[in-house]
Design a protein around this ligand. Structure first.
Ligand code: C5P
Length: 236
C-alpha cells in the first residue's frame, strides 16, 4: 500500500455523506474514505457496501476492544464487508490483536490492513498517568503499544503525527503509520491539540486522516486537492 490522504466522513447519515461525495463526482482522483462509529452505527453495514460500490477505498474505523474471542468473531463478520483497512485498540493486549487478525483473515489467506490505535490523540500524558495508572511517558507508551502490535503480526498503527517518527524507529520503516490530527498551516485547529500540516506529516506518515479541514471547507474538493498536493506532491 502506498501513501494516501484518507478523508474522514464524519457525517450522521447516508444522505449527508452522499451529498458530500457528490461534490467529488468530477474529481479525477477518488478519495480514500474513513467511515467511523457515528456513520456506521447510524446506517449499518449497507453504508460500507454503498460507498464501496462507488469505487472508494474504505478505512472502517470502529476501534474494537473486547475479549479476544468476541473481537475475533466481530472481525470475522467485518471480513465479509471487504474493507481495505480497519482497526482496534492496542490496549486490548497482544492476544486480542492476534485473535482479531485471525478473524479478519480470509480463506485465501489475504487480510485487510489491520491497525492498532496506540493512545488516542485526545488522551493527555497527565490523564493517562493519573486515571489509567500508566506510569510511563506518552512516547514510551506509544512505542511499546506499537511494538506489541508488531509482535501480534499487525502491519501498523494509528498514532499522532508527532509520534510517527518514533514508531518507525521502533518498528521499522515498513511498519505503517496512519495519522489523524492534520491541519493546514492557516486553518482552524478545532478540538485537536497535537497537530501537524500535511506537508510536515509526509516525512513519517504513510496515511494522513483528514476530517474537518476538508469536510467543513467552503470548497471541499479544493481542500482535498491542497492536501494531496502537500502530502503526496501530486497535482491534478
Ligand atoms: O476533523 P478531524 O480532521 O479532526 O478528524 C480526525 C478524524 O480522525 C476523526 O474521525 C477522529 O475520530 C479520528 N481520530 C483522531 N484521533 C485519533 C484517532 C482517530 O482524531 N487518535
Amino acid at each position: 500500500m502506498g501513501k494516501d490522504v484518507i478523508v474522514a466522513c464524519d457525517f450522521a447519515s447516508a444522505e449527508a455523506t452522499f451529498a458530500f461525495l457528490d461534490k467529488f463526482a468530477n474529481c479525477e482522483r477518488k478519495p480514500f474514505l474513513k467511515i467511523g462509529m457515528e456513520l456506521y452505527y447510524a446506517e449499518g453495514p449497507s453504508i460500507v457496501r454503498e460507498i464501496k460500490a462507488r469505487g472508494h477505498k474504505i478505512f472502517l474505523d470502529l476501534k474494537l476492544h473486547d475479549i479476544p474471542n468476541t473481537v475475533k468473531k466481530a472481525m470475522a463478520v467485518l471480513r465479509h464487508l471487504d474493507v481495505d483497512m480497519t482497526n482496534l485498540h492496542a490496549s486490548g493486549t497482544i492476544a486480542m490483536m492476534e485473535a482479531a487478525k485471525e478473524g479478519l483473515t480470509k480463506e485465501d489467506g489475504s487480510c485487510a490492513t489491520l491497525l492498532a490505535v496506540t493512545q488516542l490523540t485526545s488522551t493527555s500524558e497527565e490523564r493517562m498517568q493519573k486515571e489509567l495508572l500508566i506510569n510511563a511517558t506518552m512516547p514510551e507508551t506509544v512505542k511499546k503499544y506499537a511494538q506489541n502490535a508488531k509482535a501480534a503480526g499487525l502491519p501498523g498503527v494509528v498514532c499522532s503525527p508527532l509520534e510517527a517518527k518514533l514508531v518507525k524507529e521502533a518498528c521499522g520503516d515498513d511498519f505503517l503509520t496512519i495519522t489523524p490530527g492534520i491541519r493546514f498551516a492557516d486553518g482552524d485547529v478545532g478540538d485537536q491539540v497535537r497537530i501537524m500540516t500535511p506537508e510536515k506529516a509526509k516525512a513519517a506518515s504513510d496515511y494522513i486522516v483528514v476530517g474537518r479541514p476538508i469536510t467543513a471547507a467552503a470548497d471541499p474538493v479544493a481542500a482535498y486537492k491542497r492536501c494531496v498536493k502537500e502530502f503526496l506532491g501530486e497535482e491534478f
